[in-house]
Design a protein around this ligand. Structure first.
Ligand code: HPA
Length: 261
């Protein structure tokens, strides 16, 4: 099963990859428990791809209850070494309006109470003497980010290079004051699932990059300051922006197999 070129984690509005064919399902039990749902392994553009819906295929898990550790460990168990995380987000700064695709390069973690390390809990397989202090100055794997950006260019898909992802606890959306503070902190994007996932991927030794899909202006950030964010707008914008995914993923997979030859 180690022929998997890429694992993709789908976020809100992205519960399957329609282009995946010859699909088999796996439900590995991990030392952290069960993943959000089955891992679908199939062929996309001639390459083996694993897909997992972060919130479950019926979106039954809110961001603070996702078992991020089990999701990543399950992908690792089926042989994945590289993960492209699709994260639905709100846009805070000018370049990140609805329907924009972005590949952020920094993170600020505002989440709380989530298990955010593999060095915690029983049966994690990490001895007390092995507490991990992984480097996280570059939270996303530079070589995978570079491949995603090059794939976007090769396939003509507009993609913003960089940006800081602020991870909030959710599941409620933020207040305007919270978003104003996040802007002052340097955040360009706001989402609820970017952490602890990115940090755990680093601890587990997985290559990991984020493809952020902007679904809405964050509270107070758009041209109409008092605009109400609706789930329907979020889903419509994610669906529209996701139309670029097959081309982007196809080009990315071609680059991955070129790089590993
Ligand atoms: N805030 C947090 N998470 C989100 C948003 C938002 O505005 N939109 C989509 N995910």
């Amino acid at each position: 099963m180690s022929d998997i070129a890429l694992a993709v984690i789908g976020g809100t509005g992205l519960y399957k990859l329609a282009e995946l064919h010859d699909v088999e399902s796996h439900e590995p039990e991990t030392r952290f428990g069960r993943a959000s749902g089955p891992i679908r392994i199939g062929t996309l553009a001639g390459h083996r791809v694993a897909f997992l819906a972060r919130h479950g295929e019926g979106h039954s898990l809110p961001p603070h209850l996702v078992n991020y550790r089990a999701n990543l460990a399950a992908l690792q168990a089926v042989g994945a070494t590289r993960v492209l995380a699709l994260n639905t987000v709100g846009g805070i700064t000018e370049r990140f309006g609805p329907r924009v695709l972005a590949c952020p390069d920094q993170v600020i973690d505002y989440t709380w109470g989530r298990i955010s390390t593999i060095c915690e809990g029983d049966a994690t397989g990490v001895a007390a003497s092995e507490v991990l202090h992984v480097d996280f100055g570059e939270p996303y794997t530079p070589s995978l980010r570079t491949a995603v950006l090059a794939a976007a260019q090769a396939s003509g898909v507009p993609l913003v290079d960089g940006g800081c992802y602020g991870a909030t606890q959710g599941p409620r959306l933020e207040t305007r004051a919270e978003i104003a503070r996040m802007r002052r902190d340097g955040c360009d994007l706001v989402g609820m699932t970017g952490m602890p996932e990115a940090g755990l991927a680093r601890e587990l030794g997985l290559d990991y990059a984020c493809l952020a899909i902007v679904a809405n202006w964050a509270a107070g950030a758009g041209p109409q300051v008092d605009e109400v964010i609706t789930l329907q707008d979020v889903l419509d914008n994610v669906a529209a922006a996701s139309a670029h995914l097959p081309a982007l993923l196809g080009a990315l997979l071609d680059r991955m197999s070129d790089a590993s030859r």
